[in-house]
Design a binder for this molecule. Structure first.
Ligand SMILES: *Cc1c(COP(=O)(O)O)cnc(C)c1O
Length: 402
């Protein structure tokens, strides 16, 4: 049988199913054979408004016909407008746009080091967390707390110390004369949707204030409405010094951002830049996405849908004897209690339902923020079918430990 896929020219950096996707609409994705899928991966929480939303298509096509890229050393209106929007809706004063979350985090690391040079005698060490994820550039890999990553492309970039998430004393113990910042995700996404414990962010803010350290939040996954607030740190009632955004801000196109408060935004001319930084095509997309998310009632609806999904997942967990459900808004996870997530993903895909398993025992759910209640119910129904099959097949898979 002839495979529809001839993948030899693409570097095989990840196992990919033998499917070529051709188009999408809202929560649905379609393959080359015309088959439809309910998509709860959405480019890994990237397509905030689903596939091909009208707002985004209009913004992109109109901007493409007008001006794609005058270059990063000239002003353009969409970049000015999006920066103004972000500043007006956050505690931050200035924005630098990038094309990926990793690049935004690189910028955050550079900004903290620069601030340390100017204000803290060259202090440069950043305390990040075990199991965290901050990207795939060499510096962001060093900031990342994924097991084994320090040796992957050794030597790792120095200047990062790893504390334990939700353990304030482990942070305090790492603070030394070279420490300049603490960097974390308000919910650890790739680690398996692990939320900061109540009070942890506030305690970190107080600790950073007492020690003269910067607090950096990586909201590449949790920002832009995904968790039901515009930015996840708002729910903890804190104001960080630096924030990074990515994924959902572009609604599917490569856009990310580094935001800082005025006292911290200390780049001098020439310190930071990039060919695509703040190009009007991506910024027009970002503005359309953020204006939609900022529409009155939009975030309330994300919370309503999130509650509906959470309740449904808890019921499934009870029905099938699975583990905990956690997360916030429309970034939720179901712990299966055993290493069967890959099997669930495979079976679901065969039935036209796309799911993500960031850990062997864990499913992560990232439906479009503008899903309908009927789509949430459809996904829950499809998941029930698949879990029923997996449990019926169960030859008692290995129980998850760790
Ligand atoms: C995805 C992600 C990144 C990296 O973003 P890229 O756009 O893939 O470079 C960084 N931090 C967090 C929390 C993420 O989820």
């Amino acid at each position: 049988m002839n495979s529809p896929v001839s993948p030899n020219a693409l570097m095989p950096v990840t196992p990919r199913p033998d499917i070529v996707f051709t188009h999408g609409a809202g929560a649905r994705l379609f393959d080359a054979t015309g088959r439809s899928y309910l998509d709860w991966v959405q480019g890994w929480a990237v397509n905030s408004l689903g596939h091909a939303p009208a707002e985004l298509v209009t913004a992109l096509t109109q901007q493409a016909a007008r001006l794609i890229n005058p270059g990063p050393a000239f002003y353009n209106q969409p970049a000015l407008d999006l920066a103004a929007w972000l500043v007006a809706h956050s505690c931050f004063d200035q924005v630098f746009f990038t094309s990926s979350g990793a690049e935004a985090n690189e910028g955050a690391i550079k900004l903290a080091r620069k601030w340390g040079q100017l204000h803290k005698g060259g202090a440069h060490e950043i305390i990040s967390f075990h199991s965290s994820f901050h990207g795939r550039t060499l510096a962001t890999m060093a900031a990342t707390g994924k097991a084994g990553w320090d040796a992957l492309f050794a030597p790792a970039m120095p200047g990062f110390a790893k504390a334990h998430y939700n353990d304030l004393e482990s942070v305090r113990a790492l603070i030394g004369p070279q420490t300049v910042a603490v960097m974390l995700e308000p919910i650890q996404g790739e680690a398996g949707v692990i939320p900061a414990a109540p009070g942890f962010l506030a305690a970190l803010r107080a600790l950073c204030d007492a020690q003269g350290l910067l607090l950096i939040v990586d909201e590449v996954q949790t920002g832009c409405g995904r968790t039901g607030s515009l930015f996840a740190h708002e729910a903890a009632g804190i104001q960080p010094d630096i924030m990074t955004l990515g994924k959902g801000i572009g609604g599917g196109v490569p856009l990310a951002a580094l935001l800082a408060r005025e006292t911290v935004a200390c780049f001098a001319f020439g310190d930071q830049g990039g060919t695509y930084c703040g190009n009007p095509l991506m910024c027009a997309a970002g503005l359309a996405v953020m204006q939609t998310i900022g529409t009155p009632g939009f975030l309330a609806q994300v919370n309503t849908l999130g509650e509906r999904l959470l309740t449904g997942l808890r019921a499934l967990s009870d029905q099938f004897g699975l583990g905990t459900v956690r997360g916030q808004g429309l970034l939720l996870a179901l712990d299966l209690g055993r290493d069967q997530a890959a099997e669930v993903v495979r079976l679901a895909r065969a039935q036209g339902f796309l799911l993500n398993a960031p850990r062997p025992h864990l499913l992560r759910f990232m439906p479009p923020l503008n899903s309908t209640a009927a789509e949430i119910d459809e996904g829950l129904g499809r998941l029930a079918t698949v879990l029923g099959e997996v449990c019926a097949n169960q030859t008692s898979g290995p129980k998850h430990t760790a």
